[in-house]
Design a protein around this ligand. Structure first.
Ligand SMILES: *Cc1c(COP(=O)(O)O)cnc(C)c1O
Length: 340
């Protein structure tokens, strides 16, 4: 194991820290260049870049984990490779060959090995790939050139001292439209969610829940995370809609619920008027893995699931199983782990 960076591992949050190397590759005249690691964390791009004017950009988020014996591993990075290309297609950007995407991530993690938090701290190396339209453009249309970058930051465990349930409120706003870009991981969806997030925070909630934009009767996303619920007869349920961003964490939990916890599983509508069917609920995504949902405020009523302070047993088991796999303490299903 290489020497670790001089960082207070116990006090890491989720904020930008400049690590030593990042990867940059340029797309021009119909092809990608070789790509390389650089030390400068500033990008110099044309003022005409479509990413700046028309939101032609998409990104990914995944983590590298330090195992007990000091090795480093990635969790399902090929799923991120597929997803960034789905996002790219939707926004008329060039695809990144899967091998190129994986190679870029491996290069960045290896070059910044000293920043992968030690096993046992709960910390991880968060990896942020992004693809942006650049070049001297101004008319509305796809960019003439593209930039694919990957950088990484060490992050602390989302919950210091274990998971804690939080409350959410239901938003009157939408984050994405049916047949819009909800299923693509694009910055525009996030820009659209900042205001409703702020409203939720100001009313004392962790974030807001978005309902389906057409009827406002079905749960879609929990902030920038997917929703799951455990019904009173032990079924793992998660909503299905083309405006939900397909979370890799969510599909991993669904698999574990079925294969490891032997629960029934379903992707189907989750009605905001029928929260009573669930004994537990949670939000899931790479950043926090699972955020247990204490309660959901809807039309002046707070619906509490398991408890506002205690984590439900099924949620806890799902969390422990997934984290165990990610940190290499439990054997992973085939193809889920890529050793760095
Ligand atoms: C990234 C993201 C998620 C979580 O996806 P993971 O692959 O689990 O990290 C959920 N919702 C939205 C809107 C996202 O952008």
């Amino acid at each position: 194991m290489t020497k670790l960076a001089n960082i207070d591992w116990g006090n890491l949050g989720f904020s930008y820290i400049k690590t030593d190397f990042r990867y940059v590759s340029n797309w021009k005249d119909g092809k990608w260049d070789e790509g390389k690691l650089v030390t400068d964390n500033k990008l110099t791009i044309s003022e005409g870049s479509t990413a700046l004017h028309y939101g032609q950009q998409c990104f990914e988020g995944l983590k590298a984990y330090r195992t007990k014996n000091g090795d480093i591993q990635l969790f399902r990075p090929y799923e991120n490779a597929k997803r960034i290309n789905n996002s790219a297609q939707r926004l008329l950007m060039p695809e990144i060959p899967e091998e190129k995407f994986i190679d870029a991530i491996l290069q960045v993690v290896r070059a910044n090995e000293a920043y992968v938090p030690p096993y046992g701290t709960g910390g991880t190396l968060y990896i942020r790939p992004l693809l942006i339209g650049v070049g001297d453009n101004i008319g509305v249309g796809p960019a003439s050139e593209y930039l694919f970058c990957v950088f990484c930051i060490p992050v602390g465990p989302y919950y210091k001292g274990g998971m804690k349930p939080v409350n959410y409120t239901v938003s009157d706003y939408d984050r994405a439209a049916p047949y819009g870009t909800g299923m693509a991981k694009v910055g525009g969806n996030y820009a659209a969610s900042l205001y409703s997030h702020e409203l939720a925070r100001k009313s004392g909630f962790a974030d807001c829940i978005y309902l389906d934009p057409t009827t406002h009767t079905k749960i879609e996303e929990v902030g920038a995370a997917n929703f799951f619920g455990i019904t009173k007869d032990d079924e793992f349920v998660t909503p299905q809609s083309p405006s939900i961003l397909p979370s890799i964490t969510k599909y991993s939990l669904l698999y574990l619920a079925k294969e490891f916890l032997h629960l029934k599983v379903a992707e189907r509508d989750v009605l905001i008027d029928n929260l009573d069917e669930f004994k537990e609920a949670g939000a899931c995504g790479t950043a926090a893995v699972i955020t247990p949902i204490g309660g959901i405020q809807y039309k002046d009523k707070l619906h509490v699931f398991h408890s506002e302070t205690e984590v439900g047993p099924v949620t806890q088991k799902l969390y422990d199983t997934l984290c165990g796999i990610q940190f290499g303490d439990l054997e992973a299903p085939g193809g889920w782990i890529l050793k760095v």
